[in-house]
Design a protein around this ligand. Sequence first.
Ligand code: BEZ
Length: 357
Amino acid sequence: MAELREVQITEEKPLLPGQAPEVAKTHSVETPYGSVTFTVYGTPKPKRPAILTYHDVGLNYKSCFQPLFQFADMQEIIQNFVRVHVDAPGMEEGAPVFPLGYQYPSLDQLADMIPCILQYLNFSAIIGIGVGAGAYVLSRYALTHPDTVEGLVLINIDPNAKGWMDWAAHKLTGLTSSISEMILGHLFSQEELSGNSELIQKYRNIIAHAPNLDNIELYWNSYNNRRDLNFVRGGDNTLKCPVMLVVGDQAPHEDAVVECNSKLDPTQTSFLKMADSGGQPQLTQPGKLTEAFKYFLQGMGYMASSCMTRLSRSRTASLTSAASIDGNRSRSRTLSQSSESGTLSSGPPGHTMEVSC
Ligand code: BEZ
């Protein structure tokens, strides 16, 4: 860790009454694979892991996670944890474009940078939240450092290397589409892209006009060249911590996440297929994801309902009973949420609990 830079920023963020503004501090550390930038919100809480996020291709920590972490109901959760938001190299705001021929780290090497971050911060345990490529990076990190990962929320994970059919399709698409359109096709469903909502227009604009688009292409190439994570249910090469798999019901990666679920330990894994969320549930359904995250943390022994406000306690009660209906983590749990009905079902078919999303 040769060189460290620190920038102190006070975030503009809607505050709850009586709440002091939280200071965000951006740091860079040097690693064997180049420099990595991350932003820390909040202060370390004794005996609690840090929440560490890793964003997908085409995004940075803010464009990927801000709507979720600034969601009003999320405040009650995150105030109990320090948060470390990693920007993949060259994705941080104002990042200079890498010189031609720059060897961008592989996803495995990005995972190998995480210990440098944790060592610098003197943090020993994390709960990871990753999306797409970021979910892969955090999974790889969890495979190599299982003792430091207490839990993982993996959104849109594809643990498989691209097969030759995928490569052929990718090459064909590359003949007619720009890099930014290909990345948008990775992030969002075709239906969302053709619907061209305000959200799609916003992200299309962010990606197509990104001053660091050349860097983004390098992260994209690393994602497409990923190795197979080779999860084996019941084998040594599997995630040992509680995992919440999340995918939108129309998301481009739905099949991959379903397959991933079949390869993980069913006693440790919850699978949340989110209705009406498109490709990026953390952008389109922050309320539902917040609620699911709360139950996930409660399952891990954090966020006892007594620590929460009366409002969230009453909301949670209905779903805490959901978790207990499902028993003592004896089998995989599938949660499917519907924003239309405002219900969340869990465990054995037929059990449906009210949630206020
Ligand atoms: C946070 O409070 O952790 C946060 C705030 C803004 C953007 C991303 C995360």
